[in-house]
Design a protein. Structure first.
Length: 363
């Protein structure tokens, strides 16, 4: 199995080993916990473990064959406090014993920095650091990721540039420190008091926006196009509108709306407390009243319960006049997970919006 394109021993020593060793100039790893995301051939996780024996290392990768090889290497080298985890980073981040549990999270040649922030920062303790090994020409990539860093509770630290000994190759370590996520009081962006109504003899009630679930029995019926078109029309008419892509793993509403570069967080991040709804809902660049909340790339079975979705939808309806939910194709999607309890009849008669939750089936 080819773990690296570099096979000559001297080149491996210089271009891999010495390259990874440069991280020792960025932080004190002694006695700390480190997670190496997308570890591949163990760079930099195994190298740092060899150089700092007291470092507790976890190697995360989606390919089990690599991990089996790394386990053999660890046994041959008699390395202790080092373990492998076969999983995708976005899935493993949902595990409570991994979330915000590591002093350092490293990555080398894994993904674009903006994506790395989404994958790695959930694992970092408050006060810890994400260390991304990049080329020296990554300044533009770092600038493009600045918004993602901020939303995910990070702060960019001065980058560390270095030249690999014995070569003229210059690389950079992008350092991101994890800060506590801001928790503003109250519910941001709630409907103004002018949209509150009180029925005779009743306490003051808040008028909620309307949620529509767009579903179909199979794919290719135009659900996503309908959600995008209606959402844009409502926003153009001055209605604060949120489109939710609920198609986990096959999301594409961001592409249809031309918002791929603006989507950073998803509805699972809101439900599990990693981000507020206000932060996660991305605003359309042209239609100021149109927002998008996308789906996670993957989701473990049972990770999100129906009650959590109902709570999320309640928050959405308190902040938006309309919510359009693009459901996954097929009959496996359970509409009851998104339904709300019916409100008293005397309140519905005074409601200015359509019924609380309606469903449109694709053609």
């Amino acid at each position: 199995m080819n773990l690296t394109a570099i096979t000559e021993a001297d080149d491996v020593a210089r271009l891999h080993m010495l390259d990874c060793a440069a991280l020792l100039n960025c932080a004190d790893f002694a006695g700390r916990r480190l997670l190496d995301v997308g570890t591949g051939a163990g760079f930099p996780g195994v190298v740092l473990k060899i150089l700092v024996p007291s470092l507790d290392v976890t190697l995360l990768d989606s390919l089990n064959k690599r991990l089996e090889w790394l386990e053999e290497v660890s046994t041959v080298l008699a390395l202790r406090d080092i373990r492998t985890v076969h999983a995708r980073a976005e899935e493993q981040a949902a595990q409570t014993d991994f979330r915000e549990s590591f002093d350092f999270v490293t990555s080398r040649a894994v993904a674009d920095l903006r994506m790395l922030c989404e994958l790695c920062l959930p694992f970092v303790k408050v006060g810890g650091q994400m260390l991304a090994m990049k080329s020296a020409q990554s300044a533009e990539e770092t600038n493009d990721a600045a918004r993602a860093v901020s939303i995910l509770g990070g702060r960019l630290l001065p980058a560390y540039d270095y030249t690999i000994p014995g070569t003229s190759i210059t690389h950079r370590v992008v350092r991101v420190e994890k800060n506590p996520l801001p928790r503003p009081p109250g519910i941001p962006g709630a409907l103004p008091k002018s949209k509150r109504s009180r029925c005779k003899g009743e306490k003051e009630l808040t008028l909620l926006g309307t949620a529509y679930v767009v579903a179909s029995g199979k794919g290719g019926t135009g659900k996503t196009s309908l959600v995008a078109g209606v959402g844009a029309a409502l926003a153009a008419a001055g209605h604060r509108t949120l489109c939710i892509d609920a198609d986990i793993g096959l999301r594409n509403l961001d592409i249809v709306l031309g918002m791929t570069d603006r989507v950073l967080m998803n509805f699972a991040d809101v439900i599990e407390g990693r981000c507020t709804l206000e932060k996660a809902a991305a605003q359309h660049p042209q239609l100021q009243q149109l927002y998008l909340l996308t789906a996670p790339m993957s989701l473990s079975p049972g990770q999100i319960q129906a009650e959590q979705m109902r709570t999320l939808l309640q928050k959405v309806r308190e902040q938006f006049a309309f919510c359009l939910l693009d459901a996954p194709a097929g009959i496996r999607f359970r509409l009851p997970s998104f339904r709300q309890q019916r409100r008293p009849s005397h309140y519905r008669h005074h409601h200015r919006f359509p019924p609380p939750c309606a469903t449109h089936s694709g053609p």
